[in-house]
Design a protein around this ligand. Structure first.
Ligand code: PMP
Length: 386
């Protein structure tokens, strides 16, 4: 098999070699418990502090506002459960129909108990309606939780405006920012969210580490009780993972600041080339603002599994929707919420790029695709999404 071309970076990213080196160094030389008083503990504590500063710098917040977690699933749970625990009289949550399963499954669980959940619908391009958001907030709304970028389509929600609406109603605002952190500038001073989830393995750090930004002054009750993380998240810190996340955050900040073509350019070269060669391709969410690096498409009526299998045999990794639901034959809840039929959703494929991908890889993919997708089916679909 030829060298693989990895285009499933929204599922997970390869480790950056500098992240790996920092983690290896930590594994070898820094075994202390950051809570220990002796010098070995102090050395570990120093690395924990350094990583917190690096993550805070990427978000534009104070280090004390960063709580390390086991990943975004935990961060999302901590945000939602914590917001509900602040005021037991508030039992209503607003979110959207296209959130990640780590949010939607928790909300489903809560809805089966005593919590009322309002899921905002999206239009055909995956966008929410801000007037509708404003109209569903109530006196007993504990939280508005909206993802910043969709992991399947890359469609961006207007988080600054949504956070402002929540704030003007006195409601806590959380965003699952997993798919934007490290890809576009994120500054919690400019975008006034109260809580923000991120995940290490989406920005070239390890799996099993993430963070929750908690705005200063918001006293969010913990999910796990203990003295670590200033009593906000108990449990001895995953120092190796955290050190890697810190380095990954610093590298991401540098990559975002760099001039020149980034992953958005790769996505654009890919989509332009694809539409030239295969004009019947439909790009999901193409008319909405999208995060750079995500391309979710439907090739006429060809089943996604056939395309993905052909690509895999040719050495290319892509996916159908979210890795967290991949493997199943269920149509994507995101595409269905965008008004697509189950058949249309099952024909959609996601390519997601990282800073390690190259134009040469995109060109190779463009050469491969027509042969894998097969002959065009006349009159099957529209041109470009929108
Ligand atoms: N939210 C989004 C938008 C994601 O893409 C993911 C990862 N698929 C998660 C949450 C969960 O992150 P983690 O794997 O760190 O639990």
């Amino acid at each position: 098999m030829t060298e693989s071309i990895y285009l499933d970076n929204n599922a997970t990213t390869p480790l950056d070699s500098a992240v790996l080196a920092a983690m290896q160094d930590c594994m070898r030389h820094c075994y202390g418990n950051p809570s220990s008083k002796h010098h070995v503990g102090a050395a570990a504590r120093e690395r924990l502090i350094a990583a917190r500063i690096q993550v805070a710098a990427l978000l534009g917040c104070a280090p004390g506002e960063v709580v390390f977690t086991s990943g975004a699933t935990e961060s999302n749970h901590m945000a939602i459960m914590g917001a509900l625990a602040i005021d037991p009289a508030k039992r209503h949550i607003v979110s959207s129909a296209v959130e990640h399963p780590s949010t939607l499954l928790l909300l489903g669980h809560l809805a089966a108990q005593d919590v009322e959940v309002t899921l905002l619908p999206v239009d055909g391009e995956g966008r929410i309606d801000l007037d509708r958001l404003a109209s569903v907030i109530r006196a007993d709304t504990a939280l508005v939780s909206l993802m910043w970028a969709n992991n399947e389509t890359g469609v961006l929600f207007p988080i600054a405006e949504a956070a402002a609406i929540a704030k003007s109603n006195g409601v806590i605002f959380h965003t699952d920012a997993v798919q934007v952190v490290g890809k576009i500038p994120v500054d919690v001073e400019e975008v006034p969210v109260d809580l923000l989830s991120l995940s290490g393995h989406k920005l070239h750090a390890a799996k099993g580490v993430g963070a929750l930004y908690i705005r200063k002054g918001l006293r969010l009750p913990p999910l796990f009780f203990g003295n670590q993380e200033r009593k906000r998240r108990g449990g001895t810190e995953n120092l190796i993972g955290i050190v890697g996340l810190g380095v990954a955050a610093a590298l991401a900040a540098r990559a975002i600041a760099q001039v020149g073509p980034g992953i958005g350019e790769l996505r654009d070269v890919f989509e332009r080339g694809l539409l030239e060669r295969m004009p019947q391709t439909w790009i999901n969410g193409a008319s909405a603002p999208r995060v750079p690096g995500t391309s979710n498409l439907r090739f006429a009526a060809t089943d996604a599994e056939i395309v993905l299998d052909g690509l895999d045999k040719a050495g290319v990794c892509a996916s159908s929707g979210s890795a967290c639901t991949a493997g199943g034959t269920e149509p994507s809840h995101v595409l269905v919420a965008m008004g697509q039929t189950a058949d249309m959703a099952l024909a959609s494929v996601r390519f997601s790029f990282s800073r390690f991908n190259t134009v040469a890889e995109v060109e190779r993919l463009l050469e491969l695709l027509p042969g894998i997708v097969g002959p065009r089916i006349d009159g099957a679909t529209q041109k470009v999404g929108g």
